[in-house]
Design a protein around this ligand. Sequence first.
Ligand SMILES: NC(=O)c1ccc[n+]([C@@H]2O[C@H](COP(=O)([O-])OP(=O)(O)OC[C@H]3O[C@@H](n4cnc5c(N)ncnc54)[C@H](OP(=O)(O)O)[C@@H]3O)[C@@H](O)[C@H]2O)c1
Length: 415
Amino acid sequence: MSLNPTAFHFPFTFNMSYQKTLNIGLFGYGVVGSAVYEVLNHTPSLQASISKICIKNPDKPRNIDEAFFTVDKWQLIDNEEINVIVEMTDDAVAAIEIVRESLMRGKAVITANKKMVAEHLAELVELQRKYNVPLLYESACCASIPVIRNLEEYYDNDLLHGVEGIINGSTNFILTKLFEEKLSYPDALAEAQRLGFAESDPSLDVEGHDALNKLCLLLAHAYGILAHPSSLLCHGIHRLNPIDSEVAAAQGAQIKLVARAMKQANGQIAAFVLPQFVKPPHLLHNVRNEYNGVVLTSALADEQFFYGKGAGGFPTASAILADLSALRYDYRYEYKKMLLQEPSVLCEDVKLNVYVSFQDWQMLPVDAFEEIHEYYSGRKFHYRKGIVSLRKLLSSDWWKKEGVSLVLMETGISE
Ligand SMILES: NC(=O)c1ccc[n+]([C@@H]2O[C@H](COP(=O)([O-])OP(=O)(O)OC[C@H]3O[C@@H](n4cnc5c(N)ncnc54)[C@H](OP(=O)(O)O)[C@@H]3O)[C@@H](O)[C@H]2O)c1
């Protein structure tokens, strides 16, 4: 796909004289990095240009002048003319080094690397404060949907009851293909990878880690909670059993991978990522393929729904473009909700209404359920529906084993 510059219309002219010129050092020229390059070439009004691109493999054929490329990160980080680093590698270990060194040199940074941001958010918040430089990462959560900045700015004074969303495009694409086109799991995954929706390491997507990393970003901007991904409950779609889709269909539902952060009666926040039965009229039911959807529930505004492409080069580049544009007027996240007198905290004393299918009775501990509402025993699979404790799930691993599938019921959190 190539861009048609005549498709862009600018009905207004702004006085941009006070805004900065952005001289960019780009890391990564893959799906997202190359899209950023192409989009910037068609957006001269932004006054942003890429002066150097750092990649990993010098022998890979590229579609632009090879003089742009280097494998030496210091040529970008130590270049005083570069005032913005756009970090688009797929390597979280390399990325934190690049971002840390860049912030320490006073360069603004934009990144799409949710794994890196989620795992190092406390340090990154402190680096921004210490060196007085912005780090923006709108594209790291739901690609084209502007959910981070909205949570940061708009929902400041509102009573935000909850955030729930389909925030991983490739698992949603795979689940759509499984449910609607009856594709096999390996075929659906291969298709997601072919179309550039899946991470280069697919376990990040299908085991739920990618959604979990994004949930950590949502938690920080919705509630001011800094949670390391390893501290939250997370289960992906990789353990779904064939019987699960039959059970879902029988109740008119599909299975979606849903991340949520919900305020409880005591004001604390329950946050986790789980596959869930979702049926109409739930707003997430119609979120299909690589699309993402986020439902925000607040006391005054009730439900609001954000919907858009959550993966792919150009949708991701659109959020990066928005971050670049924001940098021109010195925008930065203030992490206001972390500074509240009574900041929100996470809560583990939560009862979950779940469905668990399994191949062998020995896979299920006798005390796994606090209440059992329904059970079924078949030749190949068995299932139970009932109440489990979030705290007990966090301290056990029976539900992670091969052959066991854990899915949240529609009712989700039990009162
Ligand atoms: N794809 C999406 O839809 C999407 C959406 C939202 C966010 N993201 C995030 O965006 C980032 C990039 O994703 P992608 O899909 O564009 O990945 P990709 O297509 O695999 O490209 C990765 C790029 O990073 C370069 N790279 C890897 N290690 C590097 C290092 N140490 N130094 C310099 N360059 C390095 C690679 O270089 P070579 O070209 O030499 O191999 C390649 O150009 C990831 O953090 C991803 O999570 C992706």
